[in-house]
Design a binder for this molecule. Structure first.
Ligand code: SAH
Length: 217
């Protein structure tokens, strides 16, 4: 993450091409595509990666973590069926890119990060401050944010070993959680909270860094 940066016609053109590619890959939600077209992904990466920022690839960020593929961000956002003013809990702030896309979708985002270095880096991220509706927390996503519950939606952006019970508890009935589960072989799951538990559906494969418990200084 480097600032200040410019969002030039070159970046905008590359972003439009990325959006066209996401469309061919099956992203159909125009609001989500518009959000991808709005957020300058190169702001979230090291300047050395500026020109590559609009390739459909994951990249390293600080603390040995990664910014997700644009396709993954678009897919999780689409599956989440975000509506304006919904409260969305994100586990794994990372670069802040997914949180920014959710904020452009007008969600009220509550994003947790366990790596202090990443959490701190976000404090000075001017672009993120221009977006309304992102609250960030340094903590362990397995615990969720009980004092801000219930959430309409939950998005987990690290591979969980199982569906965390506390996150289910903190959802509204009818709420959706999109979560990658597994370690080497990961499955993207769509969870819907019901009156007496939840339903789950496998919606694809995933490749995320692991969801780890506890905080990291
Ligand atoms: N959403 C991010 C993806 C970052 S990669 C983005 O758009 O860039 C996953 C992130 O999840 C990493 O930053 C990792 O530190 C974080 N993470 C892993 N386990 C976690 C946990 N239990 N609680 C909070 N964050 C966690």
């Amino acid at each position: 993450m480097q600032e200040p940066l410019l969002d030039t016609y070159l970046h905008k053109g590359l972003r439009q091409k990325l959006v066209d590619e996401l469309r061919t890959l099956g992203i159909t939600n125009e609001t989500v595509l518009n959000a991808i077209n709005t957020v300058p992904r190169h702001f979230f990466l090291d300047t050395a990666l500026e020109r590559l920022a609009y390739e459909n690839r994951a990249f390293p960020i600080a603390a040995g973590q990664t910014i997700s593929h644009p396709y993954t961000v678009a897919l999780q956002s689409q599956l989440l069926e975000v509506k304006p003013y919904e409260k969305v809990l994100e586990v794994g702030t990372g670069s802040g890119y997914q949180a920014a896309v959710l904020a452009v979708l007008k969600a009220k985002v509550f994003s947790i990060e366990r790596q202090h270095e990443l959490y701190k880096q976000m404090n000075n991220f001017a672009y993120l401050k221009t977006l309304n509706g992102i609250k960030r927390f340094y903590g362990d996503g397995f615990e969720g944010l009980p004092s801000f519950a219930p959430f309409d939606k939950v998005i987990v952006t690290a591979a969980a070993p199982y569906v965390p019970g506390k996150l289910i508890q903190q959802m509204k009935e009818g709420g959706i959680m999109i979560i990658p589960v597994g370690d080497e072989e990961q499955q993207m799951k769509k969870i819907v909270k019901t009156s007496n538990g939840y339903t789950e559906e496998i919606v694809g494969k995933a490749h995320f860094v692991p969801m780890l418990s506890g905080k990291q200084r």
